[in-house]
Write a protein that binds this ligand. Sequence first.
Ligand code: ZN
Length: 457
Amino acid sequence: MKKGFIFLLTTVIILTSASSTGIVSAESLNEINENIKEVEKEKEALEQEKQQIEEKQSDVENNKADTNKKIEENQGKQKTVKEEINDIDQQLTTTKNDIATKENEIEATNKEIEDLKNQIEELKKEIKALEEKIKKRDALLKDRLRSIQQNGGDMKYMEVIFGAKSFGDFISRTISVTTIMGQDKDIMEQQAQDKKVLEANKEEVETKKIEVEDNKVALEAQKEELIALKKQLDEQMAERETLMAQLEEEEAHLEEIILSYEEEQSVLNAEAAAKQKALALAESKKGDLEQLAKEEKERQEAANKAAESNNSSEPTTQASTGNPNGIFILPANGRISSHYGMRFHPIHNVNRLHAGTDFAVGTGTTLVAPADGVVFRAGWLGSFGNVIMISHNINGQSYTTVSAHLSRVNVSVGQVVSQGQAIGATGNTGGSTGPHLHFEVHLGGYGNPVNPLPYLK
Ligand SMILES: [Zn+2]
């Protein structure tokens, strides 16, 4: 009975001893290894996302290159069409000049025809006048001959002939009458000759007129041909101008597409940069966890050794709150001078939430990042004085930490920091009555403060 109790007690002691050292350490090591696996998964996912973005970037780059090629082709076409337009324009100018020349020629021809018509009219008049003269003289001559035959002669001839004073005078007078009659006949013959000349002239002018009129018809035909050519050129020109307008519109559209690709590129570039940063963060987190695992393993081995040698002394660690479940290391080491919670404000005479934990540390003490994260506020902020706010993502939960009243800030907004990295120095700036670090923890983004102690190691 007694022997059995001792055996049981020994077993309990051994089990208790085991659970308080080896098992707890193993659990914590498992947890770290689990975290490493999670970070690796996260990294893998990020790599995949990064690859997808790179594929998209490559697609957009190709599309952009294609579009630029289309723009080049379009500009080549525009050049050709412009050259064609210049060519047609020159042809049009030539054709218009040709038409003007033809019109001048036709105008000259019309004048010539008019002149010839006038000449013909003139000749006709002259011919008619001569005909009348010839007709009159012919009638006169016939009258004289008739009166000589019927009445022994024209009275005037008779008077001239019979008024003779002697035979000699009679002969002389008869010769004179005959001479007069012969002269009439000569004049008449001359006039007939003149008429023939005029008629020949008239015929010549009429032939000339027909020639000129034929020429005019030819000129009109040439002009019509030129007008038809011009019409054709105008049509070609209109076609090219329509084509040109289409090409210009297409080019503007392609330029718009290029712009939209460039916008897409800038978005993808920003996304790729963000993924790169997240990857760097995950890498750094993984390194820290591996270091932690190594340390934990060493500690476990040391603890096992200690257990073997039945030595219960614990290895001393760095300054900490002694909380094994904490996720943040102390940003600065010091005695807690004020806790999180409602407290009476002696000046404002009200109860107010003290949203953080105060640590009594001297001005200029190095401030370290409590965990891996990205700085999103660094510098002066009202009663906080100089403050650093960091966004953390730990095991799928995001946290925001605030370190206030700092004397120095060594990080900037957007900077990625890793746990333990020196980021500034504590101080007494803003609404502070003595040198201390005011440290806050928020779940998620800023605005949801919780007691920092359970989260501090
Ligand atoms: Zn405080």
